[in-house]
Ligand binder design. Structure first.
Ligand code: LFR
Length: 491
């Protein structure tokens, strides 16, 4: 009888249930359920719809039952930094505010008055991002001090869902590091920092490692889905899972997890928390088996996704939420790609510009950044797209040069995993800009990394090395060589 494992992988724009099993040493995946993740406007903030997400989690489990493929274990991963505060009955206090919401504007300055930025980085190794949980918690404390006072538990979103599945609330290490409140050396909550920010130490529980067996489904959930199984913690931060699934066979590769964000970096056994690293805004996120993901957040496909939504008439209007208008033409990703390839536009933008984080109009934001940067302004869709694509590739290339300076190593290949690795045009631009071959695949990086931890916990593979070799042998990897005379981006 086949043993199945279930990864529930929820990203900022969509989620999926992927069943995995091992056949003759190889990994086999099957997507059983997919859903959209859309935000709602609540009490003046952009929030996640946790009720809808929970219904989707259950519906995907029911789909497994219907197929007759009941998993032995399951685990949930999501994007990082977002959380909820819970009371003693695990009920949410306040809302599950989404990280691109404006509530954190200016909070970093107040935080820096309490702990200087250099000190924070040298303790946690986490890059400064306006949306880090630390700033969100301080924003919530300012707006609703009573919610922090009443809180009994702090739960990152996968932990909240795991608690609904099992009745057990357990904080997990990889996602906890994205809060900016975990000490990179002691690898647990930094009590001095919590005290300095006047955050209640009592709500932050002990941190469990990926691979921990949490428990079985509650009676109520069993009734809903028609089976029982064991929840095993994956690296609950999606990027933590994605990096595990990179089929690198040596340590000369740069990893790129390509989705809404482009996460580009390497794995280290020790954190790098010096000033040069802080200035370059590289982060040391905690990984399974205490491997540190030394990486940079690059704006990523969010820019392309936002342009497409906008051209297709979907826009976000502050105060009233998502609005749609009739669009003259519906643009597919292939249409956008073809338009980019037909353009000869030469302007470039710094994709890390904060104006791209949550603009009312991404098309206008790109034009504005071009204009203020003294670049030609892209008016046509193809020009806009070519500008974004080439700017992303240039940023990847520059970040690799920075990485080499910071780690003192030379990198020879780029491994791309995640949905974005299907974009052959971007892969080729990346190879050309960096002068390095790009190895693209597997597409389901995050879900695969989630499954990999469950499979190691179940004894299917003895360790990460064998599991990564199995991934290399189980999925097609496409190679993009740099064009011989391509102009490389210098940092
Ligand atoms: C990717 C990701 C990144 C994190 C960002 C916000 O999905 O998890 O690693 O920086 O989303 O949570």
């Amino acid at each position: 009888m086949q043993t199945y494992y279930l990864a529930v992988d929820i990203g900022a724009s969509s989620g999926r249930h992927i069943l995995g099993h091992v056949e003759n040493g190889k990994m086999v995946l099957e997507e059983v359920y997919r859903f959209d993740n859309t935000q709602i406007r609540r009490n003046g903030h952009d929030c996640w719809n946790l009720t809808a997400l929970w219904q989707h989690i259950l519906a995907g489990m029911q789909a497994c039952k219907k197929l007759g493929k009941v998993p032995a274990t399951m685990g949930i991963d999501t994007w990082a930094v977002d959380y909820v505060l819970l009371d003693c009955d695990n009920q949410i206090l306040g809302d599950a505010v989404a990280y691109r919401d404006k509530r954190t504007a200016g909070v970093d300055r107040a935080a820096e008055a309490l702990v200087p930025a250099e000190q924070l980085y040298s303790r946690t190794g986490i890059q400064k991002q306006p949306f880090n949980t630390l700033y969100q918690l301080l924003a919530q404390k300012k707006e609703h001090p009573e919610q922090l006072e009443q809180a009994v538990h702090f739960a990152m979103l996968p932990e909240y869902f795991h608690a609904r599945l099992t009745g057990i609330l357990q904080n997990e290490y990889t996602n906890a590091t994205s809060t900016n409140l975990v000490n990179a050396r002691t690898k647990t909550w930094d009590r001095d920092l919590l005290a300095a920010y006047r955050l209640p130490v009592r709500i932050f529980g002990p941190l469990a490692m990926p691979g921990t067996r949490l428990g079985s489904l509650t009676e109520a959930v069993q009734q809903e889905v028609g089976f029982d199984c064991t929840v095993v913690l994956p690296a609950t931060h999606d990027t933590g899972s994605a990096f595990l699934a990179v089929p690198a066979q040596d340590d000369c590769s740069v990893f790129l997890s390509s989705g809404t964000w482009s996460l580009l970096g390497v794995e280290n056994t020790r954190p790098i928390t010096d000033e040069a690293s802080r200035a370059a805004n590289f982060t040391n996120e905690g990984g399974a088996w205490y491997r540190f993901r030394y990486l940079k957040n690059i704006m990523g496909l969010w820019m392309i996704q936002s342009i497409r939504r906008e051209l297709n008439g979907v826009s976000y209007v502050e105060g009233s939420g998502v609005q749609t208008r009739a669009a003259e033409k519906k643009w597919s990703f292939d249409d956008l790609l073809a338009a980019a390839q037909a353009s000869t536009f030469s302007g470039l933008v710094d994709v890390d510009d904060e104006r791209f984080l949550a603009p009312q109009s991404m098309c206008e934001a790109v034009r504005e950044v071009c204009r203020t940067g003294g670049q030609p302004v892209p008016e046509q869709v193809g020009d806009l797209m070519r500008c974004v694509y080439r700017s992303l590739a240039r940023c990847y290339a520059q970040s690799i040069r920075q990485l080499e300076q910071l780690t003192g190593k030379t990198y020879r290949t780029i491994h791309v995993v995640g949905g974005g690795c299907k974009d052959g045009y971007l892969n080729q631009l990346t190879a050309d800009a960096s002068g390095l071959p790009v190895l693209a695949g597997p597409v389901e990086g995050t879900a695969l990394g989630n499954l990999l931890v469950q499979m190691i916990a179940a004894g299917e593979y003895p360790s990460l090395v064998e599991a990564r070799t199995a991934i290399a042998e189980s999925f097609p990897i496409q190679r993009f060589a740099p064009a011989p005379f391509a102009e490389q981006s210098k940092s």
